[in-house]
Each structure stands twice: as structure tokens, then as C-alpha cells.
Design a protein around this ligand. Structure first.
Ligand SMILES: [Zn+2]
Length: 111
């Protein structure tokens, strides 16, 4: 058992509208990117969401939710909610962020 799962934090998390208009999660303590948090809906049911990005909002933390295609960019390591499948110069497949998806193939390196 890893320490992080042993000391699993319980935090209050609810849904919130982010400044970009997307639905996000409002947490009362700072989660890490990649953490799975249990979010309580208005009807008290819960859903698990993966944290994609964290911003400070007052004394709370507004977080973007990772989508199915979200995750770490294979090229620049930044977390992105909208990744595209690309192949680098060595033919290695990787999921890249919007910015890296616009780069020519010779600038991509997933090794
Ligand atoms: Zn990238």
C-alpha cells in the first residue's frame, strides 16, 4: 500500500463553473494534478473526477476536470484537456496538447 493511498485525504469538493465556462471542481484543500477527488453534487450524490489543473480561488481551489482525452502532453509535459494523437520523428505514438499538435512532426519528440 502506498503512503498516498494510506493517507488518502478527505476533502470537500463541489462542482463549480470555471472562468473559461467549463465545469470544474471547487476543493477546500489543494489537490494535486492527477488526483481523483470525490465530488458531491447538489443532490448529495457523488462522482469521482480527475484533477487536470488547479487555481487558487479565495481560500479554496478551483480545479479543471481531466476529460477522457486529457492528460499529460507527450511533447511538453503540460497537462491538457484536449489532446491529439501524433507521431514523432521516430514513429513513437503520443498524445499532445493543442499547442504541440500544431507543431511540425520534426519538432516532436516523445522518447
Ligand atoms: Zn504540449
Amino acid at each position: 500500500m502506498s503512503l498516498s493511498s494510506f493517507y488518502r485525504r478527505t476533502m470537500n469538493a463541489t462542482y463549480t463553473k470555471l472562468s473559461n465556462g467549463d465545469w470544474g471542481v471547487l476543493c477546500d484543500s489543494r489537490p494535486n494534478v492527477g488526483d481523483v477527488v470525490t465530488v458531491t453534487k447538489k443532490d448529495k450524490s457523488t462522482k469521482q473526477e480527475t484533477i487536470a489543473q488547479v487555481w487558487t480561488r479565495g481560500d479554496k481551489f478551483a480545479c479543471a476536470i481531466a476529460t477522457e482525452h486529457g492528460g499529460k502532453c507527450a511533447n511538453c509535459d503540460h497537462h491538457s484537456n484536449h489532446r491529439a494523437r501524433r507521431y514523432d520523428t521516430n514513429g513513437i505514438e503520443g498524445m499532445v496538447c493543442d499547442q504541440c499538435a500544431r507543431l511540425p512532426k520534426y519538432e516532436l519528440s516523445f522518447g
